[in-house]
Ligand binder design. Structure first.
Ligand code: SF4
Ligand SMILES: [Zn+2]
Ligand SMILES: [Zn+2]
Length: 377
């Protein structure tokens, strides 16, 4: 049948016979926002339209230009992306996400189809979406889940990650911090030298790298998105943390002394896009925030950037992409050399930078031995 649509005016072909509800669903139109007219008569949702019918779908919401339309196919949009002045239907939004991941991978030579990839999955939207996209794109991507021991939050995260892996038939490595290393993240609040989030970050980096190296993965991928990276950059710039600026990268190469390549394929996509991706793909994720997030300064920088973005869409992307494309290579390309030579940690054998005399003990082993002492005291 021929279906005449407005805003913009156009005609779509839909196979019949079909009910009005079915036709509207096919076109991605919310039945509450339109009238359906055939042969001069209004049709209700259950009315059957013949294959040769001529149908008009007339919008009934006045004021404004009507609901946004998909950039690619002109169906009703489910999400608008102001920084790109674009809107997408569900199908083309998934294409948009894959397109941005493809662009990130190609631009920074993040991975190839021969590589074995380890994705750090926390149970949150970003890491699960990343794993899902990489699997859909045909990459050899396995997951790693680290149990942090943060009560019900960790229990729910672990269940969600295991269920996702099972549904996708994907390989998942699980490491429990308490079982494997004798401490958990809530215990870290007793330390004066590092915050709980600091110990959490250190543990994640350590375990992630260790599993990658021990299992022979070529690439480690994390779900850091545009908002995460722009907020980290803002924090580093506000305090001119030049060593951190030198290392802030979306693709760090492998080192000869045991560090696998580290990549962030979602750096071109915002948090809102990742949440929408999970909803559209039916991916269950932990919506609640980690209860220990209180002292996390990155959240304040995200808030400040969102305020700027609201008035001037595209600010976040211009800030981050400009740094990665122009400032970083021009000013910080060689600063990494200052980091010093890496040697094997005398306790765990993993690479660590070493300054001064005496045996080299990595930051994770030092922190761990303090925490285990507290736990057993
Ligand atoms: S908020 Fe802090 S403790 Fe919680 S997962 Fe993030 S880094 Fe770890
Ligand atoms: Zn579309
Ligand atoms: Zn060590």
């Amino acid at each position: 049948m021929k279906v005449k649509l407005r805003n913009p005016d156009r005609v779509e072909e839909v196979a019949g016979p079909a009910t009005v509800a079915r036709v509207l669903e096919t076109l991605g139109i919310n039945p509450e926002t339109v009238l359906v007219i055939c042969d001069g008569e209004l049709k209700t949702k259950d009315a059957v339209l013949a294959d040769d019918a001529e149908v008009e779908v007339r919008p009934v919401i006045s004021g404004g230009a009507g609901p946004a339309r998909c950039h690619a196919c002109t169906r009703s949009a489910v999400i608008e992306i102001p920084r790109n002045r674009a809107a997408y239907c569900a199908e083309h939004f998934v294409d948009h996400v894959r397109g941005q991941v493809r662009e990130a991978i190609d631009r920074h030579r993040m991975m190839s189809y021969d590589d074995r990839i380890l994705v750090a999955v926390s149970g949150g939207k970003d890491s699960l979406a990343l794993w899902d996209v990489l699997l859909d794109m045909g990459y050899r991507a396995d997951g790693l889940y680290l149990g942090l021991g943060i009560g019900g939050y960790s229990d729910r995260s672990g269940t969600i990650v295991r269920e996702f892996a099972e549904r996708r038939g994907a390989t998942l490595h699980s490491v429990d911090l308490a079982e494997e290393y004798g401490f958990d993240i809530p215990q870290a609040s007793s330390l004066r030298t590092r915050s709980s989030c600091g110990v959490c970050g250190l543990s994640k980096r350590y375990v992630f790298n260790r599993i990658a190296v021990e299992h022979g993965y070529d690439v480690m991928a994390t779900g850091h998105n545009l908002d995460d990276e722009a907020a980290t950059l803002l924090g580093n710039v506000l305090r001119w943390q030049t060593p951190f600026l030198a290392r802030q990268s979306v693709a760090l190469p492998a080192t000869e002394d045991g560090m696998a390549r580290k990549v962030k394929p979602l750096y071109r996509l915002g948090e809102r896009e990742m949440a929408a991706y999970c909803v559209i793909k039916g991916i269950d994720y932990v919506v609640e925030e980690c209860p220990m997030v209180g002292g996390n300064t990155v959240l304040r920088y995200k808030g400040a950037l969102n305020e700027l973005e609201r008035h001037s869409p595209g600010t976040k992307a211009a800030f981050l992409f400009g740094f990665l494309d122009r400032v970083q290579p021009a000013h910080f390309g060689e600063a990494d050399a200052e980091a010093g030579e890496l040697v094997a940690c005398s306790e765990c054998g993993m690479p660590t930078s070493h300054h001064g005399d005496g045996p080299a003990v990595c930051a994770f082993c030092r922190t761990r031995s303090r925490l285990v002492k507290v736990a057993t005291a």
